[in-house]
Design a protein around this ligand. Structure first.
Ligand SMILES: N[C@@H](CCC(=O)N[C@@H](CS)C(=O)NCC(=O)O)C(=O)O
Length: 306
């Protein structure tokens, strides 16, 4: 198997979701640390403009968004399954809810004044200012919950999750872990990084025990890699993942298109369409430093335009 190169940073919840999936699968991977705020020149050289964290590189294939990254990891290492049949369609719906609704209330609630010193550690005030400006620009036009809204919604959501574990099952969709466990765990992980805020989790004891079981998967074996080395690997790669193209979607193979997230950080990536199905879109692009790369996105949460 070619090296799995995860581009991420330590404090990113979506990165924690993927780190835990890699641990669950017992995979070894390379770890490239990306900047927390723009500019991200080495990220953009590989992705073509997508700035969200994390993304997965396998040679010259760049996989954006954890929904797709997790499917790719599961395809490469099918055991233990990340989408066990017994966990039914509910695992996907629960995962999507956790990656959107639960994520934003967890973030908004944790970033209250009592949580900030724990999230940012001893970062200098310039960093806090740069972070606030970066995220304000990234979410421009999005209405975020107030701390009071987020607290109320979070208690409701945590109650749902506690109820889901009510029959003493080990994981959210049964006795085996599935994608939903990792999507939910990332938000709890973020809240727990700020102990004064994490007191909110206290009453949800089944959820606390479940969280310990998910964290026990660990992160797998990993070693650091520089982003310059990751660029060299992309440029040298000969092989690219085989792709399906369904001509029923209103686009032709080779069309120049732009692909962009529909919710926040909507920076578009432009390239030649080389893969298209109901659940994936891939575009090929050339970059001076990364060479010819194929950037893959899920269809859910993204828009494709000619
Ligand atoms: N739907 C995306 C969401 C990724 C996301 O929002 N990541 C956050 C960090 S946890 C982010 O990109 N923040 C801005 C940045 O890192 O530049 C996914 O599943 O990968």
């Amino acid at each position: 198997m070619q090296d799995l190169i995860l581009h991420h940073y330590a404090t990113s919840p979506f990165s924690e979701k993927v780190r835990l999936v890699l641990g669950y699968k017992g995979l070894a991977w390379k770890s490239v640390t990306v900047p927390v705020v723009l500019p991200k020149p080495d990220v953009v050289a590989l992705t073509g403009g997508y700035r969200r964290t994390p993304f997965l590189q396998i040679g010259a294939d760049i996989y954006c968004d954890t929904e797709l990254m997790c499917r790719v990891i599961d395809r490469l290492a099918p055991t233990p399954p990340l989408y066990p049949v017994a966990a039914s369609g509910a695992q996907h719906m629960l995962s999507r809810w956790a990656d959107t609704a639960l994520f934003w209330v967890a973030i908004s609630f944790t970033m209250q004044p009592a949580g900030l010193p724990h999230i940012f550690g001893g970062a200098p005030p310039e960093h806090l200012k740069a972070f606030a400006a970066d995220r304000a620009a990234m979410t421009a036009g999005m209405r975020r919950p107030t701390i009071a809204d987020a607290g109320a919604q979070l208690r409701t959501y945590l109650g749902w999750l506690e109820q889901q574990l009510g029959d003493e099952r080990k994981f959210l969709c049964g006795d085996h872990a599935c994608i939903a466990d990792f999507s939910v765990a990332q938000s709890l992980w973020f809240i727990r990084r700020a102990p004064p805020v994490a007191t909110l989790l206290g009453p949800y004891t089944r959820l606390g025990n479940w969280y310990e079981r998910v964290q026990a998967f660990g992160h797998g074996e990993h070693e650091p890699m520089g982003s310059d080395d990751a660029l060299v690997i992309a440029k040298a790669a000969q092989h690219r993942a085989p792709l399906a193209f369904d001509a029923q979607h209103g686009f032709a193979f080779g069309d120049t298109v732009q692909v962009a997230p529909i919710d926040y950080a909507q920076d578009p990536v432009v390239g030649r369409l080389c893969g298209l199905t109901d659940d994936e879109v891939a575009i090929e692009r050339d970059d001076e430093r990364a060479g010819r790369v194929v950037v893959h996105f899920p269809r859910i949460g993204f828009q494709i335009r000619k």
